[in-house]
Write a protein that binds this ligand. Structure first.
Ligand code: SF4
Length: 260
């Protein structure tokens, strides 16, 4: 079996809080978020043998306790299954960074007990397909084949699958000034999570988008939100949810404390 492979970070402490991991990047994604910073991974085909990727995992094994599959979108490739099986056999925990567009694959991996933690993007309020479509490049790029309604339906289905089991879960939203992440939008996302996700341990992370690296050129001049601004937005999310964090270049990852 071949893998459309974009590379690996053999030892990372940034991709799974509290763990040293190897991160494997898959090439390809069904979305075209205008702020995407991994856009070199979005298209093309750089195929490697499954065994090559397994070898990367094997080499990192003495130094890590987990593997994170990221991208691009890892769940769009069937190779994720044998790779997750291999990592499990090696005694490694498995985390998946996903945009939530592949509920069937998420269901299969959960059923086979091949996942320990999901990191799922909630790019906009799931009950607002129009906004979700704008944030995922729907209708702007021919590469996005799904409608915004189909995208939100897939994301919600993925969240329902993860919600029905006791896996660790991190939900994350990337914020770009005047594009996504207004006070009202953050309140809507946090309210949606609070209403629909029964896993009370869920962590919600607001990530500082870095516009200068955006896929879409017209976003590159935008000023990144400052740490203080994210902290304030985190406070809004915190009024709905127990575990809220922000992730910024200036401050790394910070917990939003309880001001209620
Ligand atoms: S930011 Fe969007 S386009 Fe980029 S890899 Fe993630 S889901 Fe795909």
């Amino acid at each position: 079996m071949k893998v459309n492979y974009a590379g690996a970070v053999p030892l990372s402490t940034l991709d799974w809080r509290g763990k040293a991991v190897i991160t494997i990047f898959f090439r390809g994604c069904p979305l075209r978020c205008p702020y995407c910073q991994n856009h070199p991974y979005l298209q093309g085909w750089e195929s490697v043998e499954l065994d090559f990727v397994k070898e990367q995992i094997k080499k990192s094994k003495p130094f890590v306790s987990a593997v994170v599959f990221s991208g691009g979108e890892p769940l769009m490739q069937d190779a994720i299954v044998p790779l997750a099986e291999f990592a499990k056999e090696m005694g490694l925990a498995i985390g998946i960074h996903t945009n939530g567009c592949y509920p069937e694959m998420a269901r299969q991996l959960v059923k086979q007990k091949l996942i320990d933690k999901f990191f799922i993007d909630i790019k906009a309020p799931p009950d607002d397909p129009e906004l979700y479509g704008k944030v995922t490049g729907c209708g702007q790029s021919e590469a996005v084949k799904k409608t915004s309604e189909q995208i939100t339906a897939s994301v919600i289905e993925t969240l329902e699958i993860v919600n029905s089991c006791v896996l660790e879960l991190e939900l994350r939203t990337t914020l770009i000034r005047d594009f996504i992440g207004s006070r009202d939008e953050i309140a809507s996302i946090a309210a949606w999570i609070s209403e629909h996700i029964k896993n009370r341990e869920v962590t919600y992370v607001l990530q500082q988008g870095i516009p200068e690296y955006s896929l879409q050129e017209n976003l590159r001049e935008i000023r990144a939100l400052k740490r203080k601004e994210l902290y304030e937005l985190g406070g809004i999310a915190k009024s709905f949810l127990g575990n809220v964090r922000i992730r910024t270049k200036e401050g790394g990852e910070e917990i939003i404390s309880d001001s209620r």
